[in-house]
Design a protein around this ligand. Structure first.
Ligand SMILES: Cc1cc2nc3c(=O)[nH]c(=O)nc-3n(C[C@H](O)[C@H](O)[C@H](O)COP(=O)(O)O)c2cc1C
Length: 290
């Protein structure tokens, strides 16, 4: 099972990705880079040279011209990924739009796959199950991507209009046929048990978002089959580096060391980082005194 670090806007910067690759992630995603904003995405396009082959550059595009621009700007990429997964209204003309406009999705994925093949870059897309719970269209999307020769498909197992407060929807994955491309699933993975629950339903690799930004050791734990707590999605309770006492919760020295290393390298690289997910679940101020 390959493990991917998901794209998380404001979190999946090149420094975090670098540290997570050192901790057994197989592949990592950049934050979404909207091609119309390329000129002010300086930090988002950074990477460490040694990480290049394991880095997937995620783009937001709305027409063929932007695909051409992306292919020039990311000619060094091994894989380029189109985001079709964003529910935010600010993305309604780019990322989320394609789920609501299948002819556009068809036209752009066909063009994207063709152009990527010419320059030997893997073409991939990240998608949701459908536009809402009553409109699950994942089979139709996958058939289209197969017809268009897309190389890899990432599925966030929720429809577009669907809150994170509800569990990811795994049922629609049960009936999917085997496709020519590998499928990678994300949605509520917080340890080995929850990853396995998905791979038992469908032959796939796994992508981890929020939990991997709270617990930087999650990939190691999954690969080494440690941390086998059963139960619903709860990355804080399943984080062995958060120690709970009756009146406080604090982090282990191992996690503090990670944060110190992250801060140091981010400062050296001159990027601003957001530590909120790493501090999640800590009641004690102790966590901040590192
Ligand atoms: C704060 C936040 C930012 C995200 N940013 C992106 C993004 O830029 N591109 C993308 O494709 N998905 C984005 N996602 C979705 C994640 O990549 C992932 O598919 C989703 O969170 C489900 O995985 P998880 O349950 O492991 O978090 C974001 C999710 C969150 C919570």
């Amino acid at each position: 099972m390959f493990l991917y670090l998901a794209p998380l806007n404001r979190f999946s910067n090149h420094v975090y990705r670098h540290l997570i690759l050192k901790r057994k992630a197989d592949f990592v995603f950049t934050e979404l880079i909207r091609i119309q904003d390329l000129h002010r995405s300086e930090d988002k396009i950074k990477y460490f040279k040694e990480d290049l082959n394991k880095t997937i550059f995620q783009i937001g595009i709305s027409n063929k011209q932007e695909i051409d621009i992306a292919l020039k700007a990311f000619s060094h990429a091994k894989e380029l990924n189109i985001n079709m997964d964003c529910p935010m209204s600010s993305m309604k003309d780019t990322c989320g739009a394609m789920l609501r406009n299948e002819p556009l999705m068809d036209e752009l994925t066909e063009y994207f796959a063709k152009q990527c093949k010419k320059v030997k870059i893997l073409s991939s897309v990240k998608i949701r199950l459908g536009t809402d719970e009553n409109n699950i269209q994942i089979e139709k999307y996958l058939d289209m991507f197969e017809k268009n020769s897309i190389d890899k498909v990432y599925i966030h197992a929720r429809p577009l209009r669907y809150t994170y407060l509800r569990p990811a929807l795994l049922d629609p994955l049960k009936s999917l046929k085997k496709y020519t491309f590998p499928i990678i699933i994300s949605g509520d993975v917080d340890n080995y048990i929850s990853a396995k629950k998905i791979t038992e339903i469908i032959d796939c690799d796994i992508m981890i978002g929020r939990a991997a930004f709270m617990n930087p050791f999650l990939f190691e734990e999954i690969k080494d089959r440690e941390n086998l707590t059963e139960g619903p999605y709860d990355p804080i309770n399943k984080d062995r580096n958060i120690i709970k006492t009756p009146d406080s919760s604090y982090m282990t020295d191992k996690k503090k060391d990670f944060i110190r290393e992250y801060r140091r390298l981010a400062e050296k690289e001159n990027i601003t980082i957001n530590l909120t997910l790493l501090f999640k679940g800590l009641s004690s101020k102790d966590g901040y005194l590192i």
